[in-house]
Design a protein around this ligand. Structure first.
Ligand code: SF4
Length: 212
């Protein structure tokens, strides 16, 4: 259940705006996947993936659900005992990019730029202490919100400070990435860094409240 949150009204307006958005000509027929079904509006962690998939978020209206990427992601979350009810999941682009054949495609840099205003506003409204990017596209999208010099290859599975928050880049949980670029054991190690970031936030919170 979504908790009452001062950002709820702002979030509701953002979802209406995103649903009507037609900035990307190739995605005018797709509807943005952004609603309260994306997760908790006071999330412990904001996860940012690449784009809704045809069989996943575009079909279920919940990012990273209903396809193999979603099942892999659920396994990684469970490895650090992080319940889905405590997080919010979004994408660098909110609509599903498709090839003329109907297959998923990578969003173009223009589409990522077009959608970066929505990403910035989601971060402002949800105000997460920890952000996890899933893959290179979402890490690059974050650079448009506030500059950073991180690359996925060099920074994956480490905790970084970014824009007053902790940022943990990890690889995308798609079956293709798991089969080639970042296998199961390495991804499970990367998620330990997410747990570490949450512990750091918890310690900082305990310190701040004990000094009051
Ligand atoms: S991807 Fe983002 S910017 Fe592009 S049409 Fe969808 S909501 Fe608008």
């Amino acid at each position: 259940m979504t908790r009452a949150h001062p950002g709820n009204t702002l979030f509701a307006s953002l979802t209406v705006e995103a649903a009507a958005c037609q900035l990307c000509p190739a995605m005018c027929e797709r509807m943005a996947v952004l609603s309260e079904r994306n997760g908790n509006l006071s999330p412990r962690v904001l996860f940012i993936a690449e784009a809704p998939g045809r069989q996943g978020g575009d079909r279920t209206r919940v990012p990273l659900s209903g396809d193999q990427s979603g099942r892999n992601f659920a396994r990684f979350l469970s490895s650090i005992n992080l319940p889905r009810e405590e997080i919010f999941i979004t994408n660098a682009v909110l609509c599903n990019p498709r090839k003329p054949s109907g297959a998923n495609r990578k969003p173009t840099s223009t589409e990522v730029l077009n959608c970066s205003g929505f990403l910035r506003r989601q971060i402002e409204i949800l105000d997460p202490r920890v952000i996890v990017t899933l893959g290179a596209v979402s890490l690059a999208a974050l650079r448009l919100v506030e500059y950073h010099e991180l690359s996925l290859k060099e920074s994956a599975g480490q905790v970084h400070e970014w824009n007053g928050r902790l940022l943990v880049p990890v690889y995308h949980p798609s079956p293709q990435v798991l089969a080639s670029h970042r296998r199961e054991a390495a991804q499970l190690r990367d998620y330990k860094a997410v747990a570490h970031a949450l512990r750091r936030i918890g310690q900082a919170w305990a310190k701040a409240t004990s000094s009051k």
